[in-house]
Design a protein around this ligand. Structure first.
Ligand code: F6R
Length: 610
């Protein structure tokens, strides 16, 4: 989703802004632009499409500027084009604003600004901001006060950065519902929506909270509320390195992140398993464990892939802890006035920790008195900071827009929570130790599956022209069917549906013919015989079948057209293995179609709007 980077200091800001914007490309965008001050004048350059295009335009201009802001836009209001791209500006082009989020009352603000003589040139909600600030500047207020007055009139969400030719010593940044950080350097400071944009320059950051704004000078900064109350902020040191967010020799981040899973899964478990006690140790839950164990109900709320992880979590938690568990789309949960009690634990899962719906659902759950537990990957993200208790997945930075390693790590964390609660309830030591043992074997089993990469690539070649896919699984592997279908559709643009295999007979079977590939997730578990019947039914209708099967299953080969054989583990952990061939299949199909796997069309890595 939209990205922000800003620089003030002694260096030329142009390469810093361009490199920062390139680092933000993974979030998904459709246009890019920068504004900067130089030689007592201000300039804005923007275009539809890639940051590299912007870079090319700028390379002809020989600019030397010490203050600028840059933006990648992901269209919400108005088509992706040069005019709608940020920065937006006032009529005399002295004031520039970049904005992430949505101004909900922009029509009302537009109407009142029109009466003051302002003419809008874009279709965006964001353009109201520079005009609104300008209306206060014209009344004689200084920049900071004008921004505060403007923000008081705005309803909706924003992460924004503002520069002004008449006050060329500062960037103003403000946040409500859209992440924003300050990067603190020596005689230089940065503003960014994401640490990756500034990591090359500093690891010292300040996280702005909702309702806060910062006045950023080159050698110091001041943070205050929108109501002008000064706040003392802590500087946090980022532990992530630049190498961690590079491609490391892989053609795409997505492939790199799929291949990293033996390590990311290992990192999610590191120091958290105690074999002797057959349980898990989760420092992040300290002080809340009794409340969690005694919960009358667990609700898991998330979006997209994280929601699929939640579905697997439901199966784990109900099987082993016997606590009734429900899974809710965060977007539905937040708006339907859910019944929540103080005895509920609500788990919010989010890779980015910034997903607007999940964050809002968490705030609602807290307001209603439930225990809000966050499972996040991005350290210091909003959900991580605002949850009452939580666990980091430690999967490392996930840059590819399609989530892969974050999913397997979320499953690990859910398994750890399940183990911890179950052992505090009535799971035996031996059963707990059995789970610990199986968990420790996972990284090697994932390695074994990743060796099938070329085999899966060859299967992908056969299916690159398919237009529809069906994914079917049972029990723990039903959510994996949903996840496999989501991976395929989001990066290859092939329509795909996931279903519980038994549901096939209730409708989707009508689709099956010799043009319709069906992926069956059919490891040898307690549902195996049933799923074999479903495979037979598909075969009888000339369906083309890819089977994800257990390595010792020779029986399945007579039924399926292609089989991918993987090692077994206990049922609750099986999704961590079965999802991997599906990630690779989706990846290779998309690559064979010549698509940009890391930046699929219309998608954003961090969905910070509703
Ligand atoms: C799919 C994908 C999305 C995210 C969803 C939630 O590959 O990446 O479906 O899972 O937008 O994002 P997080 O986990 O950051 O809250």
């Amino acid at each position: 989703m939209c990205g922000i980077v800003g620089y003030i200091g002694n260096k030329n800001c142009i390469p810093i802004l361009i490199n920062g914007l390139k680092r933000l490309e993974y979030r998904g965008y459709d246009s890019a632009g920068i504004a900067y001050l130089a030689d007592g004048s201000s300039f804005v350059i923007k275009n539809k499409g890639k940051v590299s295009l912007l870079e090319e335009k700028l390379s002809h201009l020989n600019i030397n500027s010490n203050l600028g802001i840059g933006h990648t836009r992901w269209a919400t209001h108005g088509i992706p084009n040069e005019i709608n791209a940020h920065p937006h500006f006032n009529e005399d082009k002295t004031l520039y604003v970049i904005h992430n989020g949505i101004i909900e009352n922009y029509q009302t603000i537009r109407a009142s600004l029109r009466k003051l003589g302002y003419n809008f040139i874009t279709e965006t909600d964001s353009e109201t901001i520079p005009y609104l600030i300008d209306s206060f500047l014209k009344k004689g207020f200084p920049l900071c006060k004008s921004v505060q007055l403007a923000l008081n009139e705005i309803e909706g969400t924003y992460g924004l950065a503002v520069i002004y030719l008449n006050e060329p010593d500062k960037i103003i940044a403000a946040r409500k519902g859209s992440p924003l950080i300050l990067g603190i350097g020596e005689n230089e400071n940065f503003v960014a929506s994401d640490v990756s944009a500034i990591l090359a320059h500093t690891k010292q950051v300040v996280y702005l909270e909702d309702g806060e704004m910062a006045v950023v000078y080159k050698d110091h900064f001041v943070v205050k509320t929108i109501e002008d109350v000064e706040i003392k902020k802590e500087i946090t040191e980022i532990t992530m390195s630049l190498e961690e967010i590079d491609k490391g020799g892989y053609p795409h981040f997505m492939l790199k992140e799929i291949m990293e899973q033996p390590d990311s899964v290992q990192n999610s478990m590191r120091g958290r398993l105690i074999y002797e006690e057959g349980t898990a140790k989760l420092g992040g839950l300290e002080g809340y464990i009794d409340r969690i164990v005694n919960s009358k109900r667990i609700i898991i709320s998330a979006c997209g892939t994280s929601w699929h992880a939640g579905l697997v979590g439901e199966y784990m938690l109900e099987q082993f802890t016997r606590i009734p568990t429900e899974v809710e789309y965060a977007s539905e949960f937040r708006y339907r006035n859910p019944i929540i009690s103080k005895d509920d634990t609500i788990i919010f899962i989010s890779q980015s920790g910034e997903t607007a719906d999940t964050l809002a659902a968490m705030r609602e759950a807290k307001r209603k008195g439930a225990l809000a537990l966050g499972i996040c990957n991005v350290v210091g993200s909003s959900i991580a900071r605002e949850s009452m208790t939580g666990i980091y997945t430690h999967a490392g930075p996930e840059i590819g827009v399609a989530s892969t390693k974050a999913f397997s790590s979320q499953l690990i964390v859910l398994a750890l929570i399940t183990l911890l609660i179950a052992r505090k309830k009535d799971m035996s030591l031996v059963d707990g130790q059995g789970i610990v043992e199986e968990m420790t074997k996972l990284p090697d089993k994932i390695r074994q599956i990743l060796k099938l990469n070329s085999e899966i690539e060859a299967i992908a070649e056969k299916f690159k022209s398919a237009t529809n896919f069906l994914y079917l699984g049972r029990g723990y592997n039903f959510p994996v069917a949903l996840e496999g279908a989501l991976k395929l559709k989001e990066i290859s643009y092939i329509h795909a549906e996931g279903y519980p295999a038994a549901e096939m007979k209730h409708g989707p079977i009508a689709l099956i013919d010799d043009n319709m590939p069906t992926v069956f997730i059919a490891p040898k578990d307690s549902t195996y015989d049933k799923i074999i019947s479903n495979i037979e039914e598909t075969k009888a209708r000339k369906g083309v079948i890819i089977g994800i099967a257990s390595e010792n299953d020779d029986n399945i080969d007579r039924l399926v057209d292609y089989s991918i054989k993987i090692p077994d583990t206990i049922r609750m952990l099986m999704p961590i293995l079965t999802v991997i061939p599906l990630q690779l299949l989706a990846y290779h199909i998309a690559v064979k179609k010549g698509l940009n796997v890391d930046q699929p069309r219309n998608l954003a890595k961090s969905v910070t709007v509703e």
